[in-house]
Design a protein around this ligand. Sequence first.
Ligand code: NIG
Ligand code: FE
Length: 418
Amino acid sequence: MMMKPASEYPSADGLWTGLRLAPDAALGVTLDAGVEAAIVVMQGEIRWVGAGSALPVEFAGLAQHDGGGALVTPGLVDCHTHLVYGGQRANEFAMRLAGATYEEVAKAGGGIVSSVRATREADEDTLFAQAAPRLEQLLADGVCAIEIKSGYGLSLEHERKQLRVARRLGEAYGVTVRTTFLGAHALPPEYAGRSGDYIDLVCREMLPALAAEGLVDAVDVFCERIAFSLEETEQVFKAAKALGRPVKLHAEQLSDMGGAALAARYGALSCDHIEHLSADGIEAMRRSGTVAVLLPGAYYTLRDTHLPPIEALRAAGVPMAVSTDHNPGTSPTLSLLLMVNMACTLFRLTVPEALAGVTRHAARALGLQDTHGAIALGMPANFVLWSVRDAAELAYWFGQRPVHAVVRQGRIAVENAA
Ligand code: NIG
Ligand code: FE
C-alpha cells in the first residue's frame, strides 16, 4: 500500500448527505436513531451538521457527496504511539512465549535499549521510510490525528532525528501530528549507573534544544522501577514547565509508583497505561482533569492480568481514552479499531465509551479538543464514513477495517469502493 501525497487528496467541501450519526455522546452532536444526517464542509471546516431535513436552504445548492447510508463518526485520534523507530523485536515475542517477562527481557539487554541501538543506526530518511507504511495503516483505519513520541534515540542527535521524522510524516500525509519528547524513556547504555547525569542532560540540554527547534509539543517520562524514579520524573516535569510544555506520563504500568498523582500536580494532559493506578491517583487525576489513556494492546501482549481500575475511573468521571501504544516491544498493532475491540472485551468499556476513547477523550489527551475528536461547527473537517449499520460493529468486527471514506483536514484522504 502506498497512499497518495496529501496535496493530491480532493477537497471535501460541499454537502455530505445520506449519513447516519453514531447514536452516542462521542460525536458532539446527537440525533435520534434512523434520522438521516447531513454535514456541510466549507473551506475544509464543518459549517453545519444536523438532520438532513433541517438543512438550511443556503446550503442546498452545494456540490453533493452521497454517503449512501454510511455510519459517520469523528476522525479517530491515536493519542499514544512510538511510531518512529529502527528495527523490530519479534525475537522478544518468542522469548516471552518461552516464559521471560518484560522486565527480564529488558535486563537481558533486549527491550527498549535494543530499539535504541537500531534507531541510532538508521538515518532520518530510513526512519521515515520505515515509519510511513505504519502510519498508512493507522490512517486506513480512520485516524486523523496522532501523537508520536521520541524515546528510542536517547541523545540529542538521535531524539532530534526521531522528532523530525514525526513532523515530516505529518506534512507528507496531511495528518495532525503531536510530537512528544520522551527522552526519559530508558537509561542509554553509555549512562549505565549514572541515571542522575542522564536526567540532567535531558533537562538541561536535550529538552531546551529540541523545544527551541519546534519539535516538542509535550513531554513524557517512563516512571517505573525499570525506568525512572518519581524524583527523576519530577525533575523532567519541572524542566517542561519552565519551557511551557504540557506533560504526560507512562504511569503505574507495572507497579504503583505514585506517578499519576505527581503528574496530576503538574496538570498533566494524560496518564497512560495505569494498570496499577491507586484510588489516590484517580482522585488526583479527577481534580486536575487529566485523561486516563488505556492501552489494551500492551496489556494483551504482556499477558497482563492486572486490570486498570475502570469501574473506579468511570465512577470518578475521569475521561478514558484508548490508544494503540504502537511500539516494537509491547504493542506492535497498527489498528486503533482493534484497540476499540480490546478495550471493550478486555477492559469492559461500553461501545460508546470506547468510541469516545478514540475520539473526544483522545483529542483531549493531546490538548486538541478544540480541533479534533468531534464533528462540530468551526472545527476542521475530520470524519469517517463506515460501511456498517450499527456503531457496535466498530468494536465487533475485530481485525477488519470497515472504512468507506475518510475526510481528513478537509480533504478526502481515503475513499474505498462501496
Ligand atoms: O508504552 N512502557 C514503556 N514504553 C513502551 C514500550 C516500549 C518498548 O518496549 O519499546 C510502552 O509500552
Ligand atoms: Fe508507550
